[in-house]
Ligand binder design. Structure first.
Ligand code: PEP
Length: 252
């Protein structure tokens, strides 16, 4: 078993109501009884409607809460239906997913994502920035080009880099039950770390999570790939049983 800190981040997407607290409670109880909190960080990114409620109900702070997107504007403003990073921080979020492909697909550009990152960092949220290629880009061998563009356009050297985590999520892998071959995944994670260090002239490598169809059955495949700093888990994080099994099986 590795001693390196690993992140297990759940992305609930558009799922859950107040009764879903039982999911967090089960994960939290398992965590307290069985896991080493120095080695494992659990973050659940839930709908905005649940952040404050969950934060109030949680007895221990072993699990951190995150949001899944925000408006780019830093202050209050005429943006019907939106919330900004500051409001999410005030609700109890400490993390935020930005640049998720489901939001890029409905028009979020790298430029807009960068402004959102600026705003989230100003509100003292840790950003989980999703990057990844589409199937078309993969087939036309543009993966590295796309990742480089996403890294260099969404992040800048003057941002607080220590509060940005990258999640590599190949778009074609999300919710599809398809995952990369081990060698290919290693190469891509290396490339992301290399490109980041080179672009931002930093000695500190970024944390890079993998996301895309991670479940309790395939998690073992990722255990030997020490370059991966953790996982962004969508569908399977909506079930306490599956989420716990992912963590358990990863360390088996
Ligand atoms: C996601 O939505 O970030 C994700 C990784 O989804 P899934 O695990 O369901 O593929």
């Amino acid at each position: 078993m590795t001693n390196k800190l690993k992140y297990f981040v759940g992305n609930w997407k558009m799922f859950g109501d107040f009764t879903s607290f039982k999911i967090i409670n089960k994960i939290s109880n398992y965590f307290i009884r069985n896991l080493n909190t120095n080695n494992i960080k659990v973050i659940l990114c839930v709908p905005n409607t649940l952040i404050y409620f969950f934060k109030q109900k949680m007895k221990s702070q072993t699990i951190s809460l995150g949001a899944q997107n925000c408006h780019h504007y830093q202050d209050y403003g005429p943006f019907t239906g939106n919330v900004n990073a500051k409001m999410l921080k005030n609700s109890g979020a400490n993390y935020i997913i930005l640049g998720h492909s489901e939001n890029r697909a409905i028009g979020e550009s790298n430029k807009l994502i960068k402004i959102k990152i600026d705003s989230a960092l100003k509100s003292n949220l840790t950003v989980i920035l999703c990057i990844g290629e589409t199937l078309k880009e993969k087939r036309s061998k543009k993966t590295f080009r796309v990742l480089k563009k996403q890294i260099t356009s969404c992040i800048s050297k003057n941002q607080n880099l220590s509060k940005i985590i990258i999640a590599y999520e190949p778009v074609w892998s999300i919710g599809s039950n398809k995952i990369l071959k081990s060698e290919e995944l290693k190469k891509i994670i290396h490339y992301i770390k290399f490109q980041y260090v080179k672009t931002f002239r930093t000695k500190k490598q970024p944390l890079v999570l993998y996301g895309g169809s991670v479940n309790e059955k395939n998690i073992k495949f990722f255990s030997p790939i020490s370059e991966i700093d953790g996982f962004l888990i969508g569908g399977a994080s909506q079930s306490a049983k599956k989420f716990i099994a992912i963590i358990k099986n990863y360390y088996k």
